[in-house]
Design a protein. Structure first.
Length: 256
């Protein structure tokens, strides 16, 4: 079954009043939403315990605030994917964690754009991530090679935070699970990727692949990579990590 988030209605793009929230939901003390001239392909974000700064179309802002993928958004007017906005939210307190910051951003978007939406679950096309026929090539993480980062606490000099660092057709990962890899693959494949490898624990790996279909915000970079002779993501996963993507059906989330 596929779960989706659909944009029921965006009543107005120009309702730029001060942010309001219901109950005890946290809210920014100062907000700013401005229409930005230029291509919607330009995306940027910056977040810290005291505020957020984002640039991009409303669809990008929604993806960031609600932690959904582009393919999970259904409906909504055309301008929600094309018009660029510069959004800033600042809070007097500087102790908000990332989840609180996203909740504050949700409240601002719902107020400024009169945004209303709900989530649905439907059955649809997905990818299953499985171990390839010749076996996994994933290297087990060695404890101490990276450290788990703590929000608001800087890393000690010389240490590396566990996690993945994506580039243009590259993915460097230290101390991550296959489930996290599947989540990253979902963001570039245009459909959910479900971990069915049965592999447990954490891994270190480097992945290089050819970009054959641009994801949101990377059209120009993908076009400049037209002569890239690297393997496709399907082949790269099999040859470099011993994993395979198989077309399948299953639950899909979407926002309507």
């Amino acid at each position: 079954m596929r779960q989706s988030v659909a944009l029921l209605s965006i009543l107005s793009a120009a309702v730029f009043a001060s942010a309001q929230t219901a109950g005890t939901r946290p809210a920014f003390d100062v907000t700013s939403v401005k229409l930005r001239a230029g291509s919607a392909q330009y995306l940027a974000f910056r977040s810290d315990p005291g505020g957020v700064h984002l640039e991009g179309p409303l669809s990008f802002l929604i993806r960031f605030a609600y932690a959904v993928q582009d393919y999970e958004l259904e409906g909504g007017p055309g301008w929600a994917h094309s018009d660029n906005y510069v959004v800033e939210g600042n809070a007097a307190a500087t102790t908000h964690n990332p989840q609180e910051m996203k909740s504050m951003l949700q409240a601002m978007l719902e107020d400024r754009f009169a945004l209303k939406m709900h989530r649905e679950t439907k059955e649809g096309s997905i990818y299953s991530l499985v171990v390839a026929r010749k076996g996994s090539k994933m290297k087990a993480w060695v404890e101490g090679r990276c450290v788990n980062s703590v929000p608001g606490k800087p890393l000690e000099p010389g240490t590396i935070a566990c996690g993945y660092r994506p580039g243009l057709g590259t993915l460097d990962s230290q101390g991550v699970s296959v489930a996290v890899l599947a989540e990253f693959l979902s963001s570039i494949m245009g459909r959910p990727v479900v971990d069915k490898t049965g592999l447990t624990g954490r891994f270190d790996f480097h992945l290089e692949y050819k970009i054959v279909q641009a994801t949101a915000g990377f059209q120009a970079a993908a076009d400049s990579n037209a002569d890239d002779n690297r393997a496709t993501i399907f082949t790269a996963l099999k040859e470099q990590l011993g994993l395979q993507l198989k077309s399948d059906t299953g639950d899909r989330k979407s926002v309507v």
